[in-house]
Design a protein around this ligand. Sequence first.
Ligand code: 5GP
Length: 185
Amino acid sequence: MSAAAGRLTVLSGPSGVGKDSVIAAVRRRHPDVWLSVSVTTRPPRPGEVDGVEYHFVDQAGFDRMVEAGELLEHASYAGSSYGTPRRPVEQRLAEGKSALLQIDLNGARQIRERVPEARLVLLVPPSFDELARRLSGRGTEDTGRLHRRLDLARTELAAEDEFDEVIVNDEVEAAADRLVALLEI
Ligand code: 5GP
């Protein structure tokens, strides 16, 4: 990528840590922050709108995008497939604008390889117990899925050293302050 390219920031963190809330707080203050809309095979949750939170696709559609090289990175998470459409991100960066991805650990690792100058940020809970409490309180997962997500969370939190920055989400607005500082906006 050229020297004039914009900065790519990746925000990762275990399910339930509050990535969406922190990003929403950042965008309330800075509506121009551009967030990539991922593709997923996960069914929409109540209130989620196709093309807003995600592009919802079936597995065949997802596989076609992978084969066509349309995804900048992709990973399987808790039994569903997720990926970042390549073109919108590359377009932003080529225009010298910044882009933010909200993706899992495997995706962050792929971005590290493909876009070495990207900044990787890990959002962590104040404690593992607090994460478990938040995730079960959210009520979006059945017990099996909840346990799968908590197991994955342990792995994600253990990968802290792979990230450039770690933000503790003790309080959403404070975590958003720290992310804004990293985004240099
Ligand atoms: P959820 O199903 O709760 O929306 O997301 C589950 C996990 O998938 C979260 O950790 C989220 O960061 C991750 N995720 C969302 N979009 C992508 C993506 O495009 N690529 C990857 N690798 N992970 C994603």
